[in-house]
Design a protein. Structure first.
Length: 134
């Protein structure tokens, strides 16, 4: 399996993400939107976007662990937040949480502001696509 993150010089230089991912070989693993729900279904960090972000990406790591994958196999993340301004205000803390799981691995990424998520207490939901080696 070979992954190449593509950042054409004709596009804005990305910070903290890649414009695209080109993957050759491997098995595609789609991870449903993860929130800050623990194994008992309780929201971790109610009212705290950064804490919920940290737990949601840990849940992504847990799904990867279950199939022998790592965060470095992730090629695309889509992040849904209920309050974009809160996300931007906590960007330093969110970035620290991100790096604690992904290190300096920055796949293709999208941030979407939404008015609601399935659970009223959820402030962020993150879905991922990973490509695992054959």
């Amino acid at each position: 399996m070979h992954t190449r993150f593509v950042n054409p010089p004709t596009l804005r230089t990305p910070r903290g993400y890649a414009h695209a991912a080109l993957v050759q070989g491997g098995r595609t693993y789609h991870i449903s939107g993860q929130t800050a729900h623990d194994a008992e279904g309780k929201v971790v960090g109610p009212g705290d976007l950064a804490a919920q972000f940290r737990y949601a990406i840990e849940n992504i790591r847990r799904t990867l662990d279950a199939v022998g994958g790592t965060p470095q196999h992730v090629v695309k993340l889509t992040i849904y937040v209920r309050d974009r301004d809160d996300y931007l205000a906590k960007l330093r803390e969110i970035g620290s949480a991100y790096r604690s799981v992904f290190g300096d691995h920055y796949p293709a990424m999208t941030l979407v502001g939404v008015t609601a998520l399935w659970d009223d207490d959820a402030l962020v939901e993150i879905e991922a696509t990973a490509v695992l080696p054959d």
